[in-house]
Design a protein around this ligand. Sequence first.
Ligand code: SF4
Length: 437
Amino acid sequence: MKHSRPMMAFADADGRIYEHPDLEMLGWDGESWRSLEDDELMPLPEGSDLFTLPGRLAAGLDAATDEPVVFDEPGMTAVSCFIAPAYLRTLLPAYETLEDAPALPLFAYSAVGFRDGQLVAPTIRVDPDIRQDPFRFDVSVIEKNVEARVAAMPDNRLVKHLTRCALTYHCRAAQNYFLDRFEAPLPAAPTCNAFCVGCISLQPKGGDEQIVAAHDRIGFAPTGAELLEVALGHIERVGDDAVVSFGQGCEGEPLSQPRELEALVRGVRAATARGIVNLNSNASRPDVVRRLLDAGLDSLRISTNSARPDVYHAYYRPKGYTFEDVRESARAVRDAGRFLMLNYFVFPGVTDTAAELEALSGWIDEAGIHMVQLRNLNLDPEIYLETVGESGRGEPMGIVPWLEELGARFPKLQFGYFNPPRKNMTRRRDADLRVPV
Ligand code: SF4
């Protein structure tokens, strides 16, 4: 179907969003603003949020002159969207930042515009798994199940913590735990040995950038018994397709609790062979990773913003470890023959560069990485570009062409967004990267 040109969106001081009658939509590829092709856009996925960008002016294209124009009507601001889970953003919003503009909160900002009167965004679905599709969550059922679970496990502090995650933070993983399906979260650690610029669970009070953490970090370390009760209960109710995972947004680094984690893995594997015991981690402690593999850990998902040590160190600001330790953990999973994934924070102009493609290809080759989960990095774009510096940036290839090149190099490599159950660990990747919607 032939669509009309996408038009720029902007907002007034009350947050009402409008379609500009003349200026076309632009996107930012991390290096420059550019116009968008029809096939780059799709209707804004259900479950996405819209944001006004305070202190920032929208930029659009004057089709008559083919020149970008900054829309500086008094009181009007730029807008952006935070795309729903399972979707990958391919372009940032195009805007001009005014002096004294506040730092943007910890979200992944994507371009958004209007086409044929409908909101559209440059995005692709990267995982067919429906576990976090918004229409699948009935809050009244979740509330009822939370009440019953807390009554059944009154002394388990972890269950109480997950109650807050499910009902206050609306964490889909915690909600799925109370709905007895898919993946259950096992937050285990109040501390971390990294200091990520965009950490969503801990931000320095009164920091320069005034960034606020999206969650309060868990304030205690659950015991092995509390973790085991939650994990075994979930596997029993869900069966083979169950996944239980350490390393959630509301905690620090799970590897900082080695004894509890090892007790949990041994406890689960002593009780059942069903389900997947997964670790989401910064993989900073290969010694602990090996202990967990010996105990029966099934999969490791390593969080990273890059396969380049300098870009990694600039963002993670590791304390007492280096990127080489992270690679050693990956090798340990390879040698143990378990499932290895990356929780890969994608950012236009940093990820889709030739330097990153070579570095990531080298790592996939060395460690035999099975899956790359494509996540949108949650940080004010200008703060991130400043953090990684000139060396972290490069000429953008375009997120989709970059992924297609990576996919061509590794035909067996899976792309996705969620930790797979056992049955999907051997899933062959579809020819087309885009998951049909
Ligand atoms: S590794 Fe995780 S918990 Fe630690 S600072 Fe980074 S985002 Fe925060």
